[in-house]
Design a binder for this molecule. Structure first.
Ligand code: FES
Length: 156
């Protein structure tokens, strides 16, 4: 084996290589920070309007919890309404208790009827109702930005 096949690095070459490597790493870090700085810092929130499917999915006299939306779709003999599942006390997510025929808050014990009216507990207000209507293609649609009076029912 000759010396030309594996030339030894001089101390100066070695230090130059180390310096170039360090500068390269610092440059990549700086580029990453610059990219992050100029990227839009946007929080995407879920839509406040959602489709709840065909009315046929809901039996008469049923309460269906839409977990992702935190809304109850309630169907009575009169029609449909959508009730918030978020407790008006401190914002815990309530639970429908079919055996007791009521909505209960696990945090401090507020209880509500299926139509959102308060039965007992520290909640200061009933659970709000949201606008519910039928889309052109016949599906239920709820708008959580639009609170409506509790006596408004969607008749289907
Ligand atoms: S958050 Fe529901 S009773 Fe307190």
């Amino acid at each position: 084996m000759s010396e030309n096949e594996h030339p030894e690095l001089s101390r100066r070459d070695f230090l130059n290589e180390i310096t170039l490597g360090a500068l390269g790493i610092a440059g990549l870090g700086g580029a990453a920070l610059t990219y992050q700085y100029f990227s839009p810092n946007v929080l995407f929130e879920p839509s406040t309007t959602f489709r709840a499917g065909s009315p046929d999915l809901y039996p008469v006299n049923s309460v269906t919890f839409m977990q992702e939306q935190q809304v109850y779709i309630v169907r009575t003999t009169d029609g449909f309404f959508a009730v918030s599942a978020v407790c008006t006390h401190l914002g815990c997510v309530t639970q429908w208790k079919p055996d007791a025929d009521m909505i209960a808050c696990p945090c401090h014990g507020s209880k509500f009827h299926a139509d959102g009216k308060k039965i007992e507990g520290p909640a200061p207000r009933p659970l709000p109702h949201y606008a519910i209507n039928l889309t052109a293609d016949g599906e239920l649609q709820v708008d959580k930005l639009q609170a409506i009076k509790a006596d408004q029912v969607l008749r289907v």
